[in-house]
Structures are given as C-alpha cells and as structure tokens.
Design a protein around this ligand. Structure first.
Ligand SMILES: C[S@@+](CC[C@H](N)C(=O)[O-])C[C@H]1O[C@@H](n2cnc3c(N)ncnc32)[C@H](O)[C@@H]1O
Length: 635
C-alpha cells in the first residue's frame, strides 16, 4: 500500500518506546575486574591423598594461574559493570556465544532451598529457603526494560562478528524484548524464535491454557558469517504407516528407542524433546529457575566453535558454565547474587572443572552507589540512619545510637571502596575512650567488606596495644540490598530505622597447622577450623514457627558449626595477594546434603615460612578468611 498523506516512510522504523528508555548506550568505563580467588578444583573425597602428586605444587600452580585473562571466570556483581570491565580488558567482539536467561518480569522472588543436617544421622534435617534473586519491579515493566536494554547493548559489543546470542524468556516480556532485540541487533539478524516446551509445570488457568513453554530469541551478529552447526533431533515415525519389516532399517536411517521408531532430522524451532530436569536429577542445584544442561548443550554445540568462548551474564547456578566446561569451550559467567555464585562454584568444583577464577568488580560498592544515582557521603549517612544512629557530622561516617539495652554506642560506617581494617578499628576503639568527652562502652562497625584475617588481626592488635581500649567491639555487615533504600524519602528511612538487619560478621579462627616432615623436600600439613561463630542467623523470627526454626539453627550453629558451612577452601601458600584455592570441601549441592570435614591435609614442598589461608563461605552467603602460619607469624 502506498504511503498516505504526507507521512514520510522510513524502512523498519518500528521501535519500542517507554517513558524512561535510556537515550544513549552505556558509556565505556574504566572498570577493573579483580581476582578474588583462583579455584583449582581438587575434589578430595574419595581420592587417596598419598597417591596424589601433592596436589598442585607451587611452581606448577604459578604456571597455571599466570595467564588470568585466558582462564574461565565467574564474575560476582552486576553484569552492567562486569561487561564494562570486560570491554575495558579488550573483550570487544571476542565472545562467540552469549546465552542469557534473565529474570522474566514474573513479579516473584526466587529462592534456593538449603538442607541442613543435624550432627547425628538420627537428628532431623531442616530446610531453609534463601532468597536467590528478586524478579519484582516496583516501577513495572518499564523498570525491567530499563535494566535489560543497556545490558543488551553491551552484549552486542562483546559479541564476535560470527557470534550469536540467545535470550531466554517467556510470555511475560518476550514480545517486548523481541522488539528491543530487533532494534539493537537488527531485524535482519534475527534467526529463530525457539519454543522450548518443557512439559512439566504449567498451572491450569481459570481461563486459558496451561503455560508450558519458554521462548528463546536467537540472533546473530552477521548471519552470513555466523558459526552454526545444525543439531539433530529425533523425529518419531507414525507406527500406523510403518511396516514392521522396515524396522531399524539402516538404509533408511531408522532407529528405535523406548518411545518408538525414529529418524534423526535437522533440529526444528520447537524443542519438545528436552525436559525440565527431574527433581531427583543429579544436576539439580535447588536453585529456582535453574535450566537443564541438555538445553544448553544443544545451544553451545550449535552456536559455539570448539575453541570459542561462551558467556552467560545472568548465570544463576552456572548451568551454561558447567555445560561449556563439559564441551571444552571457554566460558565467562556473571551473577549478581552470592547464592548463585556459591552454587556455580560448587558445581564446577564438583565436576572437576579446569582451574578458573572468581572475580569481583573493583570498587564494586562505590560503583553500585553511583549506578543507583547516589553519592558515598549520602550513602554512609543513610546507613547510619538505617541502623538507628544519628550522624555526628557530615564526613566521618560516625554516629551515635542508644541501643535497646540502654548502652550508648559509637557507630562507624566503613568506606564502600575499601575493606575495614583491623588497624582502623583499633584506632576507633582508642577514640571511643575520649571522643565527645565520654567513654563509649560499645563500638559498632558497619562494613561492606573486611580485610582478610580481620578478627585475628584485630585481636592481635588490641592485645598488643598499650592503650588497651576497654570497649566491646561488634563488627557487622552492611546488607547487600542497601541500595534499594537510596530512593526512599527521609520519612521512610526514619520509619525503617533499626529494622534493617546488619548481621554480625562471622568469626573464623584456624587451629595452628600440624606439620610433618616427609623427607625428600616435602611436608604434610594438616589445617583445621577451630571456630566458626555466627553471631546471627539471617532467618526471620516474626512468627512462632520462624522463631523455633531460628533457635534450632542457632543451637546447631553452636553445637556443630560445620553443618552451616557451604564451602571452604585452602591456599597452602598464600602470597598475600590472590587466594588460590587448592583444596576444597563443599556440601553436596543436590539431594544429598552432607556436613563437610573441618580439617584438610595436603602434601606440599617444604618451605621455611608460609602463610596458609582458609576461606569459608556459609550457607547464608557470608564469607570469611583466616590465616595460619608455619615458621613464624606475619600478622
Ligand atoms: C533465571 S536466573 C538464571 C538461572 C540460570 N540459567 C540457571 O540455570 O541456574 C536469572 C539470574 O540472573 C541474576 N541477575 C539478575 N540481575 C542481574 C544482574 N544485573 N547482573 C548479574 N546477574 C543478574 C539473578 O540473580 C538470577 O540468578
């Protein structure tokens, strides 16, 4: 039809518009990704330690970890910053396949189920649900699109010329996102809308049909040069038309399985042959919205060359990373939630993946404050108020609070871009004795992060201090969802004062190492966790049931702290910079939760002096690092 009136017609001018749509793509930023841990998966469960070549010895370890950028990586943090970090590292146009399974704007929150066993096999197991991620958008679908749009723009920049992207969604926003994908990647670069019918689930509707499929939008940077290997699918033959004598006829390429006779055909865009995994499946991580590995296997095999890199910027429990690892591809996973990172890490360790790194975004908290439109000073004030303290001045991050038990507390909020150090806390403890002409009896530290070996270093410092400050020190963590409060008005903050939980930082202490000289330049080291003390359990205690479960967990934490440890790892020769986890113990992810051992033994090269570092991550996502020294302390 001809254009009517004076309307000037541009080809393909259709775009999705919403009020808050960002006008420009995200600017390049000089964001650095820093390596928090080098993981050398080394499942020790059933292996004979004596037969192993002393795990990985120090020289070979250095060879392994030297080329960090080539190693597979799990990045903890917001993918907008992570992708900017990758671009700053020169990853523009280097990723062969991107698969994302972002939140679906489903207006629900998702959890991870964690099973905790008592000490004795007869004791009851408890199950707790931990929030994995939120998919609720206070400002509606606009806010969801505000989140996804700039991220897709960055993904396009990261994708190789012959690369492809698959965006996994469902009926909630699949249609909006398709229009955005057309805009960003080009309508002409759309390849398929894949329908994955997962068969299970689907709540019957009052009106309408049970919803039983997801949608995968598949685009290529340049379809002409895109890498693609068409997967095969079974196509079952109708037995009515098929004569028995033709059964299993090789010439006709017919085979038979428990369903019936089939032929292999090129895969179609309706995938009804991949089931959502069985609840008893060994790949189950109890991470809500986890996708089956078979789905990812098909995508990776089809769209990533053998030596290519696969990225998943909404990695969840690490399904894409695990599949890429199994199929010998390089991978990058990024995940905002600690629970997801924990699940992915344990999964990769359990499968004996090649060494990989866990990275975080340098100055992450500061970047997040800027990203949410806040300023550091404003944030520190807000935190003091949320804790129920009155800031003493504008800049120091200090406040005063009358605690519910009547004690006047001096409260300090750390800086978002540096860990709280034992030295800083010692100085503050000395100041509490004279500040404002009074003696504060309690010093509260609210920190985003603490230096490694914090508690031990603080004890050593206070013990050696000539002032010997007589003040009770409580170190607490700033909750990760603190940014949500930045947008609230002052009145809302006043109402929330004292209600937000700042949980006590767990206390970790190691036993002194037990070292046996084995001769021929080797020693056997045994290290054990002496204490892991959780001052608080982050589960609600509003109802009677919740209180009972809270108390049961608190009791368990004091009787058998190992039951609450999700993962712990040892670096037998910590260099003071990068934690290299060469030994790991973790609870089983799937159905069979087990309590981890609290000691580790390893044979290593003899050395005059060494720092052994242990990192513990508990089921609530807290992590703590402590050191043990052989041949003299460097604390
Ligand atoms: C649907 S789940 C992915 C599940 C995953 N495919 C699996 O098999 O386990 C979506 C994930 O995206 C994460 N996420 C949401 N926003 C994010 C962001 N801005 N940066 C990184 N991860 C994010 C959530 O924490 C959640 O784990």
């Amino acid at each position: 039809m001809a254009a009517t009136n004076n309307t000037r017609r541009r080809k393909d001018s259709i775009k999705l518009v919403w009020d808050t749509k960002p006008g420009r793509p995200p600017k390049p930023r000089d964001i650095e990704l820093q390596t928090a841990e080098v993981v050398i998966p080394n499942p020790h469960d059933d292996r004979d330690l004596g037969q192993r070549d002393a795990g990985i010895t120090v020289p070979s370890l250095h060879r392994l970890v030297a080329p960090f950028p080539q190693m597979n990586r799990l990045i903890w943090g917001d993918n907008l910053l992570a992708m900017q970090g990758l671009l700053a590292e020169g990853y523009e146009g280097r990723i062969n396949l991107i698969y994302i399974d972002p939140p679906f704007d489903s207006k629900a929150d998702y959890s991870r189920r964690i099973i905790i066993k008592g000490k004795e096999s007869t004791e009851e197991t408890s199950v707790i649900e931990r929030l994995a991620y939120k998919d609720t958008w206070v400002d509606g679908t606009d806010a969801y699109l505000d989140m996804l749009y700039p991220r897709l723009q960055l993904m396009k920049r990261l994708l190789a010329e012959d690369g492809s992207i698959y965006v996994h969604l469902d009926w909630h926003v699949g249609h909006y996102v398709k229009v955005i994908m057309d805009e960003i990647f080009g309508k002409e670069n759309f390849i398929n809308e894949i329908i994955w019918c997962y068969r299970t689930g689907g709540i019957p509707e009052k009106l309408g049909y049970a919803k039983k499929h997801d949608v995968l939008l598949f685009y290529s940077r340049k379809p002409k040069s895109a890498f693609f290997k068409l997967p095969k699918q079974k196509s079952y033959l109708d037995s009515k038309f098929f004569k028995p004598h033709q059964k299993k006829s090789k010439e006709l390429g017919i085979e038979e399985d428990y369903i019936g006779m089939f032929r292999w055909v090129g895969c179609r865009d309706v995938w009804d042959d991949i089931k959502a995994f069985h609840p008893r499946s060994s790949e189950r991580m109890r991470y809500a919205t986890q996708k089956p590995e078979e789905l990812l296997q098909r995508i990776v095999n089809a769209s990533c060359p053998d030596n290519g890199i696969v990225a998943d910027f909404f990695a969840g429990s690490g399904t894409t990373c695990a599949v890429a690892e199994k199929l010998g591809r390089g991978w990058i996973g990024c995940e905002l939630g600690k629970l997801g990172i924990q699940a992915a890490c344990a999964r990769l360790v359990e499968m004996g993946a090649k060494p990989f790194v866990i990275q975080s975004i340098d100055n992450y908290q500061r970047e997040m404050i800027y990203l949410t439109g806040g300023r550091i000073r404003e944030m520190r004030h807000l935190i003091l108020k949320l804790y129920g303290a009155s800031p003493t001045d504008k800049a120091s991050g200090l406040g005063v609070r009358k605690a519910p038990d009547g004690v006047e507390e001096l409260v300090y909020v750390g800086y978002p871009d540096r860990p709280v150090t034992a030295k800083k806390v010692e100085q503050l403890a000395i100041r509490t004795q004279k500040l404002d002409g009074r003696r504060y009896k309690r010093l509260i530290i609210l920190g985003w992060d603490y230096e490694c070996n914090y508690h031990q270093a603080l004890e050593t410092r206070i013990g050696a201090s000539k002032d010997k400050p007589k003040v009770q020190i409580e170190s607490r963590d700033i909750p990760p969802d603190i940014y949500d409060y930045l947008k609230k008005s002052n009145d809302d903050i006043e109402a929330l004062a004292g209600k937000i939980k700042f949980y006590k930082r767990p206390y970790l202490r190691l036993e002194n190492p037990d070292i046996k000289d084995l001769g021929d330049g080797k020693v056997q080291i045994k290290i054990a966790i002496k204490h892991y003390i959780l001052g608080d359990i982050p589960v609600g205690h509003a109802s009677r049931r919740e209180r009972e479960s809270h108390n049961a967990l608190m009791k368990l934490a004091s009787d058998n702290f190992a039951a609450l440890i999700d993962y712990w790892a040892v670096d037998w020769d910590y260099d003071g910079l990068t934690f290299k986890s060469q030994w790991q113990a973790f609870r089983n992810n799937g159905r069979k939760a087990k309590t981890i051992p609290i000691s580790a033994t390893e044979t290593v090269q003899k050395k005059e002096k060494r720092t052994i570092a242990a990192r513990v991550v508990d089921i609530f996502g807290n992590d703590a690092t402590a050191f043990a020294f052989s041949g003299g302390s460097d604390t």
